[in-house]
Design a protein around this ligand. Structure first.
Ligand SMILES: *[C@@H]1O[C@H](CO)[C@@H](O)[C@H](O)[C@H]1NC(C)=O
Ligand SMILES: *[C@@H]1O[C@H](CO)[C@@H](O)[C@H](O)[C@H]1NC(C)=O
Ligand SMILES: *[C@@H]1O[C@H](CO)[C@@H](O)[C@H](O)[C@H]1NC(C)=O
Ligand SMILES: *[C@@H]1O[C@H](CO)[C@@H](O)[C@H](O)[C@H]1NC(C)=O
Ligand SMILES: *[C@@H]1O[C@H](CO)[C@@H](O)[C@H](O)[C@H]1NC(C)=O
Length: 268
């Protein structure tokens, strides 16, 4: 080696080899960069607990690809093993984490068109976290990270009896805060209880008493994923809620939840 470096021609050859290697690496990474178009339609999905959720990941390709040249690996940060793996033309779940056994699939029909989205069934709260989808195919390769959060949201239903207005919302997660106000925005003191079931989902049970007839009450239930605003208008006569009690549910973030969420409800 030392003897070689001492020879001017020899060190020139080494220099040329090193320089061309560097050029090849730069070209290769530029080429790979251009083709590593692994994308996601939604990098921050919010799943409805207990429901199925698609984690979007796809490669932009012109035509269908040979599956034998395709490999797809879904992993979750801080979870050993894989969530799902496809390699050498077949599904390979040997290293699958027990947490995802029987719950993670990628459609083989979609794979042909570069759609490597993961379908996670019956989402649990511990499924929340960062998932990485790594794809390599004849069209190139790359990776994308999807941050999954889970929640549960349902509109409250109202009942009125004995000057007491009760609202019950069956499914909320994460733990929500509950506020009653009148139309003027004045905060009223309700008696709220939040009970969680074995899956960690809360039932909101809140009571406003005594209430005054011919008033409108606004109930706001919110967590860092969703805000539900309901309006209950009491009839002037008798102890009945008027028909226009309604709820609107809005996402607190740019992402919206998928499926299973009632957007409007009517109480009477
Ligand atoms: C991928 O496939 C899923 C259904 O398996 C579909 O909902 C989704 O829109 C597809 N994504 C793209 C980018 O085609
Ligand atoms: C209604 O209120 C009255 C007095 O405030 C009470 O005696 C009665 O038990 C209440 N009825 C119900 C069903 O809560
Ligand atoms: C709301 O405010 C108006 C005037 O500001 C007042 O007359 C009315 O009594 C208030 N209503 C309630 C329910 O507090
Ligand atoms: C709130 O409701 C619970 C039962 O649901 C009752 O035990 C408690 O006394 C109530 N608190 C107030 C301040 O009314
Ligand atoms: C009902 O009206 C009384 C007096 O106007 C008031 O003090 C009370 O806070 C009202 N109750 C509710 C639930 O709005």
């Amino acid at each position: 080696m030392f003897r070689c470096l001492s020879c001017p021609l020899c060190s020139m050859v080494i220099l040329i080899i090193v320089l061309s290697a560097i050029i090849i690496i730069i070209l290769a990474s530029a080429f790979a960069g251009k083709h590593s178009s692994v994308l996601s339609l939604d990098k921050a999905p919010v799943a409805n607990l207990g429901k199925n959720q698609l984690l979007s990941c796809y490669q932009q390709i012109i035509k269908t690809m040979p599956l034998s040249q395709m490999s797809v690996t879904w992993t979750k940060s801080e979870v050993p093993g894989v969530v799902y793996q496809f390699k050498n033309g077949a599904v390979d779940l040997e290293n699958q984490s027990p947490q995802f056994k029987g719950r993670a699939t990628v459609s083989s029909v979609d794979l042909l068109t570069g759609n490597t989205s993961l379908l996670l069934s019956t989402v649990r709260s511990q499924d929340q976290g960062k998932y990485t989808c790594t794809v390599s195919s004849s069209a190139g390769g790359g990776a994308v990270t999807v941050d999954l959060r889970a929640g549960a949201f349902s509109a409250p239903s109202f009942t009125l009896s004995n000057s007491t207005l009760t609202a019950v919302a069956e499914r909320w997660f994460p733990k929500p805060s509950v506020t009653w106000t009148n139309l003027n925005g004045t905060v009223l003191h309700g008696n709220t209880s939040l009970n969680s079931n074995s899956a960690g989902v809360y039932t909101v049970d809140t009571v406003l008493s005594p209430i005054n007839m011919s008033n409108t009450y606004i109930l706001r239930i919110e967590n860092d994923l969703k805000i539900s605003v309901s309006q209950a208008t009491l009839g002037r006569v008798g102890s009945s809620l008027s028909r226009d009690s309604q709820t609107s549910l809005t996402a607190d973030t740019s992402s919206s939840s998928s499926g299973g969420t009632p957007r409007h409800s009517q109480a009477s």
